[in-house]
Design a binder for this molecule. Structure first.
Ligand code: HEC
Ligand code: HEC
Length: 327
């Protein structure tokens, strides 16, 4: 009798496991018919200049969309060709960064403005697949989204075919159940470009992703679980080839001006600007210091004014590279 029950249970468990595997395989490739934003690229030179400034500075597109050989240049403040090909080697697989030059065959030349706009506003690729949260530009204003796409249209085409992503089984499970379109599409107009805390907030939250890294997040879902800008997110350290350095992590510092635990509590506006001009000091840090070093004094002043306006939060963070994996 007991044997029969055990056998029955075993069959149940095996059937369930097989069913689960089949479900993952059936679902990981799912597509979404998220709507397209009404965005049309412009040929206006001021618009293109604005897009270029965002892409090479605070929005740091080149930090990822480069070839491996040009990454060290970009991460020290140089310009990218935007021809992609660099790959992140993650526990879920090998993810290749797209070629976003205007090349028709291997770049985004043949994508429509609205397809590119949807990728940035909702995290949905041109083929309808949802993307993992590399590009949280969901709240970029209509005008700035137009500017960025207008700039992309002017990038010299570079033929650089990008391989398909290599998702492993864990990656497929994550795609099947956790990766969905993001952003709610309710995007307010951007505040005027000025050295105000209001504009700094827009840069920190919607353009430069300071908030996304300097807030503690749930590793699996990406949900915000800590106080915004109080740091505490454990992040991987990457080598120059995009591979995670095992057994090491960095913790994002507390950007609020708490007298004891704020990383910048004794930094003046001058110190802040000077620190950004210096670029990356900790090798392997995922913070895009190179593109950020290109930000203007106006942008950095706005960021400083915003960060100093935040309620100070007690949140002590260890400095420098730490032992152990981030989990
Ligand atoms: C942190 C890394 C990172 C940054 C920064 C980044 N991207 Fe991406 N981008 C990726 C990755 C990875 C993919 C491939 C995602 C996929 O195919 O699932 C991608 C894909 C794309 C695509 C292709 C979408 C499609 O339909 O195939 C476009 C367009 C794009 N990025 C534009 C941009 C622009 C513009 C910026 C700056 C405003 C930017 N990206 C910043 C990592 C990044
Ligand atoms: C991709 C994640 C990421 C993003 C985006 C990011 N940071 Fe960081 N930041 C880090 C990590 C990790 C560290 C710790 C390692 C280091 O100092 O480079 C750090 C360190 C810092 C430090 C301390 C530097 C020092 O010398 O001790 C400051 C200040 C800072 N970030 C401000 C910002 C601001 C402002 C933004 C937005 C403009 C921002 N960060 C965006 C991950 C990020």
């Amino acid at each position: 009798m007991i044997k029969k029950i055990l056998l029955g249970l075993l069959i149940l468990v095996v059937t369930f496991a097989i069913g689960f595997v089949l479900l993952i395989l059936a679902r990981y490739d799912r597509t979404f018919d998220t709507p397209y934003p009404e965005i049309t690229a412009s040929t206006d030179s001021a618009m293109i200049a604005r897009g270029r400034n965002l892409a090479t500075g605070p929005a740091h597109c080149g930090e990822c969309h480069s070839q491996l050989s040009e990454l060290s240049k970009v991460s020290t403040g140089g310009e990218s060709t935007y021809s992609g090909g660099f790959a992140f080697e993650l526990p879920i697989g090998k993810i290749y960064v797209a070629n976003i030059t205007s090349d028709e065959e291997t770049g985004v030349g043949k994508l429509t403005d609205r397809e590119i706009a949807r990728a940035l506003r909702y995290g949905v690729r041109h083929d309808g697949r949802a993307m993992i949260d590399f590009m949280p530009f969901y709240d970029l204003s209509d005008s700035d989204l137009t500017a960025v796409i207008s700039f992309l249209r002017t990038i010299k085409p570079v033929k650089n075919p990008i391989p398909q992503h290599e998702w492993n089984f864990l990656g497929k499970a994550v795609l099947a159940f956790l990766i969905e379109p993001a952003g709610d599409g309710n995007v307010p107009a951007a505040p005027p470009i000025d050295s105000t805390a209001l504009y700094g907030k827009y840069l920190a939250a919607s353009v430069a992703n300071c908030r996304g890294c300097h807030t503690n997040r749930d590793m699996m879902t990406g949900a915000f679980i800590g106080t915004e800008y109080a740091g505490q997110m454990k992040m991987e350290v990457f080598d120059e080839e995009g591979k995670i350095v095992p057994g090491k992590h960095l913790v994002t510092p507390n950007l609020t001006f708490d007298a004891e635990t704020g990383r910048m509590s004794d930094w003046t506006q001058k110190d802040f600007i000077k620190r950004f001009r210096e670029g990356k000091l900790i090798q392997g840090s995922p913070m895009p210091w190179g593109p950020f070093s290109r930000m203007s004094d106006l942008e950095l002043t706005a960021l400083y004014r915003f960060l100093t306006s935040l309620e100070p939060v007690v949140s002590a963070v260890p400095l420098g590279i730490q032992e152990g994996n981030p989990q």
